[in-house]
Design a protein around this ligand. Sequence first.
Ligand SMILES: NC(=O)C1=CN([C@@H]2O[C@H](COP(=O)(O)OP(=O)(O)OC[C@H]3O[C@@H](n4cnc5c(N)ncnc54)[C@H](OP(=O)(O)O)[C@@H]3O)[C@@H](O)[C@H]2O)C=CC1
Ligand SMILES: CC(C)=CCC[C@@H](C)[C@H]1CC=C2C3=C(CC[C@@]21C)[C@@]1(C)CC[C@H](O)C(C)(C)[C@@H]1CC3
Length: 417
Amino acid sequence: MAPQGSPAPLEFGGPLGAAALMLLLPATMFHLLLVVRSGPARLLGPPPHLPGLDALWSPRALLLWLAWLGLQAALYLLPARKVAEGQELKDKSRLQYPINGFQALVLTAVLVGLGVSVGLPLGALPDMLLPLAFAATLIAFIFSLLLYLKAQVAPASALAPGGNSGNPVYDFFLGRELNPRVSFLDFKYFCELRPGLIGWVLINLALLTQEAKLRGSPSLAMWLVNGFQLLYVGDALWYEEAVLTTMDITHDGFGFMLVFGDLAWVPFTYSLQAQFLLHHPQVLGLPMASTICLINAIGYYIFRGANSQKNTFRKNPSDPRVADLETISTATGRKLLVSGWWGMVRHPNYLGDLIMALAWSLPCGVSHLLPYFYLLYFTALLVHREARDERQCLQKYGLAWQEYCRRVPYRILPYVY
Ligand SMILES: NC(=O)C1=CN([C@@H]2O[C@H](COP(=O)(O)OP(=O)(O)OC[C@H]3O[C@@H](n4cnc5c(N)ncnc54)[C@H](OP(=O)(O)O)[C@@H]3O)[C@@H](O)[C@H]2O)C=CC1
Ligand SMILES: CC(C)=CCC[C@@H](C)[C@H]1CC=C2C3=C(CC[C@@]21C)[C@@]1(C)CC[C@H](O)C(C)(C)[C@@H]1CC3
């Protein structure tokens, strides 16, 4: 069943673009995993060798990944400190979501700590990254197919605005159903924040442990990368409720793009800097380390300040922390902020996120482009995401959005873009 009304415009280059991305994204991830451990570690060079199926396929890795998903699902289903309501849906209902992501992170840390104390070989994880990534990719394809089939029997009101073009390749990629769930387990919300994000910091920790084993102690660069990215993941889980207003949850269906992104791309490519440091140790002096910490702190300050300001305003515009900010009224009854962070550029949170991305790469030195892959990819992702969001806001707010763009002309970087 397709949603009623005019069909949504095709994104990501339509069915051809979707098919290309479905091949390109896993290929890029495996390329990165292979080159990062090679001597030259060239981002644009060929991988040292093409792995055979025996290097990729491992039943142990598949079982490990399924056990990880099972553990995170069990932690998700534990009693939560709060149950939050999502945005209003087409049928005027609101879904409920447990707020216990930070609790899941802490419990995972306790379980991993206990495991290590009884001999769990955490340092073996770096050698298993290739088969683990292969297992995650396989799971992503199968899971996306099940979600696609599930959407065939979903009511029209449960379908996403995009992802229902009638072209199976495009719809499989974008995702047909907006909030697929079984009982209280909301698959998209669960995958966006739990197995991939927590898996990312666990992989980082394993790389740090392995570096300590190889070289006597972890390097300062490895500590910085681990610390910065743990802060980022801890922040995402601490402010978990805020994800309910992102376009991934409110607009995009749950298809291969997000399933693969959440379960494979995030843990295996976002940990690239720590992987690089294990294979290519870097010496980092204290003055440089302090400068990098300052850059990360500035990025985090902007990212958190902008996100919290918007979330506070959306929850309660008369909250004293935002009540004095200047706003524009829109025909929908909602207002837009035109002062504070959101009066500087139209996406101050992206700016903060990009500054942090730079700080995560700098500990890896400047001899290689590879550790800057995240910064390059993330810039492209956010520029594209910003354009998608602008389109949606223009549709939602019309003239008021045009007025906002006139008053706040720059998108991400003041006076540049
Ligand atoms: N690490 C990663 O891989 C990724 C990180 N991110 C991060 O996720 C976070 C969320 O990003 P994202 O969901 O893209 O978008 P935003 O959090 O920027 O949300 C955009 C929405 O905010 C509202 N809005 C826009 N301008 C204003 C304004 N002036 N006043 C009030 N409300 C406004 C609009 O929704 P409405 O009016 O309906 O409320 C708009 O659709 C960001 O910090 C981003 O950096 C995102 C993608 C990937
Ligand atoms: C290239 C590719 C595979 C595309 C899929 C994109 C996804 C990897 C990202 C889309 C939006 C994301 C968000 C986060 C992680 C990456 C994905 C899933 C996020 C959970 C990271 C932590 C942040 O604090 C956040 C919660 C704001 C953020 C939400 C969006």
